[in-house]
Design a protein around this ligand. Structure first.
Ligand code: NDP
Length: 271
């Protein structure tokens, strides 16, 4: 019997995680099965428990359950505690371990896959939801010159910046405060692209040679990446690399084997 893993979310049928983990398992010759499980809203805990009792060894957690997963875990890592969100659960004798691999995923995509150094850079993160929470700690660990957090609801960005201020220089606010500032790395961690929307950004946002990164991914460039290109930005990336890298980190946690990510990113790009 293969070891069983799953991604649990709502909705979840669009998730690429089963394809990614199946590719990792083939490449590393791990005997495992990975499925997508739809958890009804309000039934996340019961869904996790049913999977665990049925022999599940671990699960990825996606929208909208990352905060519930944090509360459900009986043990959490420092990264998960800093993010206050969990995207990877491991079931071990009587314990449910919670980890957050989103930050590692973004760091590997920016630094290793895209070859962009974060240290000393002026970084802007747009959004103050679960995705932003997961990446602020790892970004600050790289010692950027400054980290700015902008959000549609400014108070959330201000509060989040306050929570992370002991990790490094971070300020939060609304989009109107971006005014004259220029950035070397701009990460869109909002759900705006999902709604075909764009945060209200000044056209002077990007410094020379800037990277525009949208955590969202799809069949074509997101609205944010299209807009960045119109502003003259040539380094553009969507969140597919981050998705595969965070999955690889989960796989490593569960199996103690690190899969190669480049072939899987290429496979997904090829459709
Ligand atoms: P949340 O729902 O937790 O947060 C959404 C954020 O987007 C909030 O800050 C919200 O602002 C902002 N927002 C929503 N709509 C708009 C809009 N029209 N204009 C401006 N801001 C808006 O979502 P997550 O943080 O979990 O996810 C954010 C994005 O990141 C999603 O697109 C998701 O798919 C992607 N993601 C990608 C991953 C990857 O591996 N590539 C991993 C995790 C997430 P407000 O606070 O004002 O409501």
């Amino acid at each position: 019997m293969p070891d069983r893993y799953a991604v649990i979310g709502n909705p979840v049928s669009h998730s690429k995680s089963p394809v990614i983990h199946a590719a990792f398992a083939r490449a590393t010759e791990q005997d495992l099965a990975y499925q997508a499980i739809l958890a009804p809203l309000g039934r996340f805990g019961a869904t996790v428990e049913a999977f665990r009792v049925a022999g599940g060894k671990g699960a990825n957690v996606t929208l909208p359950f990352k905060l519930e997963a944090f509360d459900l875990a009986t043990e959490t890592t420092e990264r998960a505690r800093a993010a206050h969100a969990v995207n990877t659960l491991s079931f071990e004798a009587g314990a449910v371990r919670g980890e957050n691999t989103d930050g590692v995923g973004l760091m590997r995509d920016i630094e290793t896959n895209l070859g962009v150094e974060i240290a000393g850079k002026r970084v802007l993160v747009m959004g103050a939801g679960g995705a932003a929470r997961g990446v602020l700690g790892p970004l600050l660990e790289r010692r950027p010159a400054a980290l700015t957090l902008a959000n549609r609801t400014p108070d959330k960005a201000i509060e989040l910046a306050r929570c992370f201020s002991r990790h490094g220089p971070v300020v939060g606010g609304g989009y109107e405060a971006l005014g004259p500032h220029r950035f070397d790395i701009v990460v869109n961690a909002t759900a705006a692209s999902l709604a075909g929307d764009l945060p209200p950004l000044p056209t002077s946002l990007f410094g020379a040679g800037a990277l525009a990164y949208d955590m969202m991914y799809g069949s074509g460039p997101t609205l944010f990446l299209q807009w960045a290109r119109e502003q003259g930005v040539t380094r553009l990336a969507d969140g597919l690399g981050m998705l595969v890298e965070q999955a690889a980190e989960s796989f490593f946690l569960w199996r103690a084997v690190r899969p190669e990510t480049a072939p899987v990113i290429a496979m997904l790009r090829a459709g």
